[in-house]
Write a protein that binds this ligand. Sequence first.
Ligand code: UDP
Length: 319
Amino acid sequence: MTSQRALVTGGAGFLGSHLCDALLAEGWRVVAIDNLLTGRLANLAHLKNNPAFEFLEKDICQPFDPGPIDFVFHFASPASPIDYTIHGIPTLKVGSLGTFHTLDVTHKYNAKFLVSSTSECYGDPLEHPQKETYWGNVNSIGPRSVYDEAKRFTEAVTMAYHRYHKVDTRIVRIFNTYGPRLQLNDGRVISNFMKQALRGEPLTVYGTGSQTRSFCYVADEIDGFLRLAKSDEHLPVNIGNPNEFTILECAREVLKVTGSNSEIIYHPLPPDDPKQRQPDITKARQLLGWEPKIQLAEGLKLSLEYFKKAVAEEVTAAK
Ligand code: UDP
């Protein structure tokens, strides 16, 4: 029997490329699509000679047809606050047009579908921790709205294809994830702090650093995606690590892991920066038997070699 074919949109991104690896390891043939706006071919370089892997440089905001496919993982979108602020309109387009085109491919080939959504759907949450049943507190016209509303629309389109066309869909709400391949300059807190600590520069905490995030190591996150892919759950499922840290605590963890003496300095808090984020993962525990295994200190250690290499490459490139 020939192996099944999976499509990963956003396949050259941080999560998309890890997902390609995991699917190949499970015996899938994998087609990755990316327009390389924020994705990087370097994330897929190790797959270049793998006969089970194919890369298509394509913008899914235009209709596309990758041929018969069994499972579609829709992961295309800028995802860090800096990336989606720079690329606001492409972010809205990939969440809307890109999602329609990807669901059309799914429907045409009668494939299964899983889409990456986000804890941003909860906005600056008034309910804590966040359960999937919480509808969120999102500013529809603020600077983060290009991403938050695109993803909320993505969820709406996905549920519509499920309800009207009976497409077999799944929605994962992802909370802050980190690990190797996180882009050094994407402005996310872990990339910034690791880069700053390794360069001996001050760690830039925004606001007082009392805002919280809950960080999930990439291997745990991918394990959650694969379990959800095998389930029949159509409503959103939170996949994230419920262990919550203030940003100041996160800075201290990074200093510890890197052994850096960098000082901590304070910058203004960006507008609409959510005050707290913690997933309630009861649903994932009960439905998928999933929970994260790697806590922040260990995950940062596992990411250290990657960040050291990325910082060194940046120094070389600048010469
Ligand atoms: N943050 C920070 N310093 C940085 C980058 C981010 O204090 O150099 C804060 C940011 O204000 C937010 C949190 O860290 O409160 C997480 O930011 P990130 O951009 O990683 O993702 P978000 O969860 O806000 O989408």
